[in-house]
Design a protein around this ligand. Structure first.
Ligand SMILES: Nc1ncnc2c1ncn2[C@@H]1O[C@H](COP(=O)(O)OP(=O)(O)OP(=O)(O)O)[C@@H](O)[C@H]1O
Ligand SMILES: [Mg+2]
Length: 257
């Protein structure tokens, strides 16, 4: 990939779901570029089409119209270069934490010794050293989300897609996992696309926040977040931070009047 090609390039994307009698227009003329190593958040009203956009980027679904390139190539199906963190980690309860993290490696046929080594490294990266042989029910919700993040990184994807990964967590665990995610991102620098309903989370983590309209999702505004990095919790009370949160909040609020 050369320096000027965006890692994710969406042009006039349109997505219509045709199940049932009434077609649902989920995305309409969505244009978006995400650069390599960038952290971008997607915010917008519930049901507007955010998950749909991540599904298209991951290749789990195909757009009805428009162009979608990832790493300079047209998306034509599920791709190895993508790691997906789901809203609910959906761990397999009969597999240990280590075996859950290894699942994509098995599906992709990675070499076992190499995968095991990576799994251990990632389990440590997400702060779960010592829990390798435990089962999901023995872990808290926040710990299970960490397993979901480790699992998404096992095959060393260049892009990380995160669909509301922290929405089921209490506010303290969520704040802590925000910091963990920043640390992981600064170490691995994966191009990241995060869906969140928390505007302050989006502003705190991102280089840019993409604000979507109500369904069908259109990009209302792409808000640059010029806060310096590394981001630290104290920034959340700065004037600049509060003004950015307020700005994004107003854009979304306008969708409901
Ligand atoms: N597989 C599907 N078949 C039919 N319609 C679908 C399907 N998936 C999503 N939709 C519809 O597409 C629209 C957008 O859904 P999507 O899940 O992308 O929204 P979202 O922005 O992620 O919402 P939320 O914030 O609540 O998760 C919704 O109206 C939804 O009902
Ligand atoms: Mg969704």
């Amino acid at each position: 990939m050369n320096a000027i090609t965006p890692m994710i390039e969406a042009r006039d994307l349109r997505m219509v779901y045709n199940q049932g009698t009434d077609p649902v227009l989920a995305l309409d003329n969505v244009n978006l570029d995400v650069n390599e190593h960038e952290f971008v958040s997607l915010v917008g009203p519930s049901g507007c089409g955010k998950t749909t956009l991540l599904k298209l980027v991951s290749g789990l679904a195909s757009p009805s119209a428009g162009h979608l390139n990832v790493d300079g190539k047209r998306v034509s199906g599920p791709q190895k270069k993508i790691g997906f963190v789901f809203q609910v980690p959906a761990l397999m309860k009969w597999r240990t934490i280590q075996q859950n993290v290894l699942l994509p490696a098995e599906i992709l046929g990675m070499r076992k010794a190499e995968a095991l080594e990576r799994a251990q490294e990632l389990i440590e990266l997400v702060g779960l050293k010592g829990f390798e042989k435990r089962y999901p029910h023995e872990l808290s919700g926040g710990m299970q989300q960490r397993v979901g993040i480790a699992r998404a990184l096992i095959h060393d994807p260049s892009i990380l897609l995160l669909d509301e990964p922290f929405s089921a967590l209490d506010i303290m665990t969520r704040g802590q996992l925000n910091l963990e995610l920043l640390r992981i991102w600064s170490e691995r620098r994966k191009t990241s696309l995060l869906i969140t309903h928390s505007i302050s989370e989006a502003v705190f983590l991102s280089d840019r926040v993409v604000v979507f309209s109500a369904r069908p999702a259109k990009v209302l505004e792409v808000v640059q977040i010029p806060l310096p990095r590394p981001r630290v919790p104290e920034m959340r009370v700065s004037r600049e931070f509060i003004d950015l949160v307020d700005h994004v909040g107003r854009l979304i609020g306008l969708e409901f009047v």
